[in-house]
Design a protein around this ligand. Structure first.
Ligand SMILES: Nc1nc2c(ncn2[C@@H]2O[C@H](COP(=O)(O)OP(=O)(O)OP(=O)(O)O)[C@@H](O)[C@H]2O)c(=O)[nH]1
Ligand SMILES: [Mg+2]
Length: 291
């Protein structure tokens, strides 16, 4: 017998959704940073074993829309919720639970068209007692298929989450997998390369800049042994451009060096990476399409 299905991973920004998807799939499909709103569009992570294939959909953090980028991100979240077999709602046990989150969880748990599992993330950071009182927040909520405290970073209870998911997926006699057995994401290497550069930029730059950064690939030429990649790193202000460049261009060089290592690993070949910093003060208000 075989099982297959889509599992959406949703929740507020920074709760550890992408870390969880990477841990479940065992490959880095989604970038992770300590900054908020790191993930900007839905990203697929595929876990295939002999008898099952689970397609995880990592989503941007749920937040209020202010500009076209926000609207684009929330549209991605809604489309994931509307199309998956199982919803995994992630809450961070190190943060105070807000009213809005509790309302969302209650709404999804009661929705009969969904099967919702609640994941309480980052349990490696708090004591058992603190975790117990955090879990008390959810005792009144009806309709959840499971509540699972876990740590994606430490791999605590991640296998148990797979077990809960498999309980909920329908069985079939035929092998009805959506993707080839060896595929772990359907993202293109172009997109993943751009994301790696964005990750390194987010890690290196201060809190003010990341939300205003975007990457555009202008050249991606590959031979068997080398890839020539040019990218524009777009920011919103002239003074941001000078921060990104740093003294004598050192900041940009550091971002490029870190990114090059990861992109070379991804492509399995040498790369020549050139990053150009551009200013476009309104890009977040423009029509956004990223893949
Ligand atoms: N200690 C600890 N830190 C974690 C864990 N999971 C995630 N983090 C950290 O939490 C931060 C946010 O993680 P992400 O996986 O990027 O969070 P996200 O929910 O995908 O965030 P957005 O994409 O912005 O919505 C990063 O610094 C992670 O390293 C965990 O289990 N334990
Ligand atoms: Mg993310």
């Amino acid at each position: 017998m075989f099982k297959t299905g889509y599992v959406g991973i949703v929740g507020k920004t920074n709760v550890g959704k992408s870390t969880l998807v990477n841990a479940l799939v065992g490959e880095k499909v989604s970038i992770v940073t300590p900054k908020t709103q790191t993930t900007r569009q839905n990203i697929t992570g595929i876990l295939t074993r002999e008898n099952y294939q689970i397609v995880f959909v990592d989503t941007p953090g749920i937040h209020k829309s202010q500009n076209n980028l926000d609207r684009f991100m929330m549209k991605n979240v809604r489309s994931a919720i509307g199309s998956v077999d199982i919803l995994v709602y992630v809450v961070d046990c190190t943060k105070k639970l807000d009213k809005h989150e509790l309302e969302n969880i209650t709404k999804y748990a009661l929705d009969e068209s969904l099967q919702t599992i609640l994941v309480v993330s980052k349990i490696d950071l708090i004591s058992k007692n603190a975790l117990l009182s955090f879990l008390a927040n959810f005792t009144e909520i009806k309709g959840l298929k499971a509540i699972l405290p876990l740590s994606a970073r430490r791999g605590l209870n991640t296998k148990e989450l797979i077990t809960e998911i498999l309980k909920l997926l329908p069985e079939s006699e035929e092998k009805n997998f959506v993707y080839e057995d060896d595929l772990y994401t359907d993202s293109s290497v172009r997109f993943m390369s751009a994301e790696i550069v964005r990750e390194k930029a987010l890690l290196k730059l201060n809190e003010e800049l990341p939300h205003g950064l975007a990457i555009e690939i202008t050249k991606f030429d590959e031979t068997d042994t080398i890839a020539y990649i040019d990218m524009d790193l777009i920011c919103e202000k002239e003074n941001h451009k000078s921060i990104i460049l740093g003294k004598r261009g050192e900041m940009l060089k550091e971002i490029g060096t870190l990114a090059r290592v990861d992109i070379e690993n991804l492509l399995g070949k040498k790369i020549m990476l050139k990053i150009f910093v551009k200013v476009d003060k309104n890009w977040r208000q423009k029509k956004i399409s990223m893949v």
